[in-house]
Design a protein around this ligand. Structure first.
Ligand SMILES: [Zn+2]
Length: 114
């Protein structure tokens, strides 16, 4: 009966954590930080959004939390960038044909998603 949970969401401008009320979770007047709010409570975190920051008046909505797949994808991107850096290093430090060939081989494998 009119119960809800609160999720504290930092303002993107000043960082103050404003309260976002949600009715999709247990609704026991629990207060969560957005980083560890339960998934079900997050479902309608933006039911009243955009919300006005109490400190700086910025109107904002809670950001979508990254899924495990998003995290995995960004980790793969990071590792790919690292391998490209290694290839750059390899190519810049040798004029030996064999090493340039290896760098090209690695880059080709990356493009194919291996
Ligand atoms: Zn603010």
């Amino acid at each position: 009966m009119g119960l809800y949970d609160s999720i504290m969401v930092p303002c993107p401008k000043c960082g103050y954590r404003n309260e976002f009320q949600t009715k999709s979770g247990p609704c026991l007047l629990n207060t969560y930080q957005i980083e560890d709010a339960p998934d079900d409570a997050m479902l309608d975190v933006n039911r009243h959004a955009p919300t006005k920051c109490h400190v700086c008046d910025t109107m904002y909505s809670a950001p979508e939390r990254p899924t495990a797949e998003d995290s995995l994808r960004s980790e793969v991107d990071r590792l790919r960038a690292l391998v490209h850096q290694a290839c750059d290093w390899l190519e810049a430090r040798t004029d030996k044909q064999a090493r340039i060939f290896h760098a090209a081989h690695i880059r080709a494998a990356l493009k194919e998603g291996k």
